[in-house]
Design a protein around this ligand. Sequence first.
Ligand code: GLC
Length: 489
Amino acid sequence: MSSGPWWRGAVVYQIYPRSFLDTTGSGVGDLDGVTARLDHLVWLGVDAIWLSPIHPSPGVDGGYDVADHLDVDPLFGGLPAFDRLLAAAHERGLRVLLDWVPNHTSSEHPWFVSSRHDAAGPHGDWYWWADEPANNWPSAFGGPAWTLDPVRGQYYLHLFTSAQPDLNWNTPGVRAAMLDGLRYWLDRGVDGFRADVVNLIGRDPRLPDLADLDPANPNDLVGRYRDPRTHDLLRAIRAVLDGHFLVGEVPLADMSAVPSYVDSTQLHRAFDFSLMEAPWSAQAWRSRIAAAEAAYGPAGAPAWVLSSHDQPRHRSRHGGREDRARVAACVLLTLRGTPFVYAGEELGLTDPELTPEQRVDPLGRDGSRAPVPWTAEPGHGWAAPDPWMPWPPHAARRNVEVLRAEPDGILWLYRRLIALRREHPDLRDGELTLLDAPPGVLAYRRGGLTVQANFTDSPVRVPRGEVLLATEPARDGMLAPCAAAVLAG
Ligand code: GLC
């Protein structure tokens, strides 16, 4: 095992609780469902789980509209279910990370209810209020970021839906209350947090316009938003964490700016979404890996992701092809940094086709939130046979029960990759050196190991060594079409 903090080269498994497993018959996944499957995650080999928000929420933005930071939604089983999950995870050596949403609350949060009813009251300045829209900012969900509240008779700022008013972190009470929220969960025993859109919290109180906003891209502001105050706030947040892990979502379009949020006083890690946006091309993946290596230098590294609750699953993005999903997994789990696996990608899931009536997310991000199938029969192990979202395609094949019985299948590939990462400190912590390779092949060294990924549909002749793991068997010393391998030497 490598030395250093546990998260350095660890594999974190993201769970979207609504979609993991329902044990009550509500049709919505719950925390006892997560507890029931922890042994499976131990078998898979991950080090930690990250739970997307579990707090009471109206669910306008899938739980990212938090109405009470200090409780667990009864839908998920409430605090007792959370305490059961945490204890069971720790018994098994699994760490638990919570999603922390600092930029905004739900409009149903008592702080906002108080703020809109009583401008002079204790929460009057906890949000951003103005008599007229104070700037040109758009909401990432479309339309302006300012909405008139009929109760207070003023406009409030919301960079996401109008049900998610932005908190004003310049108000001391907001800072104190939000940091107390972190302390509350740390006292309860959590191992860290994933901080949602955390680049947005620092604000110039004058809220200046942002020049040259692209009217066709509602994400332009979020993707460009930088304010030096965010760094000071991150230092205050990190001080509370007392050694616990903090990974941040800093969704800047210019990825080279992200490492400035990552150091010994700010985030431990920030997500790198560049592989999520990359087309199926060795050159494109190589340039993104090279950019991250250059931006972080040897001392830092990103949290890598292929899939999440916000994007179509990577297999869907790459033509629905399992061979590509396997190559992508091999790259993800052999990169330098902290890879995040999104629940269900290890089953090779793709997104279902959904009718407009089946969609519930305002941005249509529902496909990757389809429920995880655990067994082959209809109902797939869920207490309610018809969950809140349709099953992903081929759930009778792509489920845990069937795939655990297939040692050549994609689930075992994930398991073997994670085990390899654990066995080889070079994969967790070692340097990464990009290698010259034939067109269509991505190759790099990790200490004493070499990774070769053939993005083409033809076999490629590459230098071969002892194959430790391959997504497809090698043929005649060639790297098979659309295949990847990890070699010793
Ligand atoms: C993050 C979350 C996304 C949410 C947004 C607003 O990007 O991942 O699901 O809609 O923040 O909270």
